[in-house]
Design a protein around this ligand. Structure first.
Ligand SMILES: NC(=O)c1ccc[n+]([C@@H]2O[C@H](COP(=O)([O-])OP(=O)(O)OC[C@H]3O[C@@H](n4cnc5c(N)ncnc54)[C@H](O)[C@@H]3O)[C@@H](O)[C@H]2O)c1
Length: 263
């Protein structure tokens, strides 16, 4: 087992997950990045571009291919990481998807509903369960540093978007999952946090970039700018660094002030 704390980031191949992995590397974490997209021949994007970037910080990176919605594969994913690092100190549940097509709540399809829930909620829930059991074992032996689990939900856990109900529902359910794991894991001194990003510039939001450029300019976001993956990455480091050790179950918005209700 290495000296450095190990962070497991799901959906690390791009966007917010990539930003979290880089921020954690800068803070001295060894990183395991899991992503469904895995192309060792391509060193210029995805997990293998990230590997170069992370290793510049003199920490280690393990790229792991994995689809978190495939529950039967969770054992293999975790085994690869434990074989390499021996432990996981911090789990960041970041992998998530949006509906392929935005549809009004009156026409949402069951296929889209099941697809979004299977990744954002079901896959994340059961991966957390498996990793938590492992963390408990290691924590009891005193092997972990500030063990914690961080859920990347969304402001959509709370905010209604009638054109992507299944996404909002998946994140609201994830928010409850975070609360329940927080409650259950206090006994083992494993803190659980929920981060709710607002409007973050990534591939996920690329199709609606123009729409949000305009809305942000008009004041939808009080801080009047897009969020960036590093905004979420820095918050993860603050939590994973143990600075909020007396605050399990904490819910934090990273949304440029969209949490402020104003007249
Ligand atoms: N971008 C935003 O504005 C925003 C806002 C709030 C919350 N979020 C949440 O943040 C997380 C990351 O979003 P993003 O904008 O970086 O998205 P993104 O689509 O740019 O990146 C998501 C990454 O997750 C991977 N992934 C998707 N399904 C997977 C699966 N089944 N198993 C493993 N990996 C998988 C993708 O390959 C990709 O690398 C998501 O959970 C999203 O819901 C995003």
């Amino acid at each position: 087992m290495g000296e450095k704390p190990v962070v497991l980031v799901t959906g690390a191949g791009r966007g917010i997950g990539r930003g979290i992995a880089i921020s954690c590397a800068e803070a001295g974490f060894d990183v395991a990045g899991v992503d469904i997209l895995y192309d060792p021949a391509n060193k210029d994007s995805g997990l293998f571009e990230l590997q170069r970037k992370v290793e510049e910080q003199k920490v280690s990176f393990l790229p792991v291919q994995g689809d978190i919605s495939a529950l039967h594969d969770h054992e293999r994913i975790l085994k690869e990481i434990l074989d390499f690092y021996g432990k996981v100190d911090v789990l960041v549940n970041n992998a998530g998807i949006a509906p392929e097509k935005r549809r009004d709540v009156l026409t949402t399809t069951a296929d889209s509903f099941d697809r979004v829930i299977s990744v954002n909620t079901r896959g994340t829930f059961f991966l957390t369960q498996r990793v938590a059991v492992q963390m408990i074992e290691h924590s009891k032996k005193g092997c972990l540093k500030n063990p914690c689990i961080i859920f990347i939900s969304s402001i959509s856990a709370e905010v209604s978007s009638p054109s992507r109900a299944e996404y909002c529902i998946s994140k609201a359910a994830l928010s409850q999952a975070a609360k329940i794991f927080a409650d259950r894991l206090t006994e083992f001194a494993i803190n659980v946090y929920e981060l709710r990003p607002g409007i973050i510039q990534t591939d996920m939001t690329a199709p609606v970039k123009e729409k949000y450029d305009k809305l942000i300019k008009e004041g939808l976001v009080p801080q009047r700018r897009w969020g960036f993956p590093e905004d979420v990455g820095k918050a993860v480091v603050a939590l994973a660094g143990g600075f909020f050790s007396y605050s399990t179950g904490l819910v934090l918005e990273i949304s440029g002030g969209m949490n402020i209700r104003h007249l």
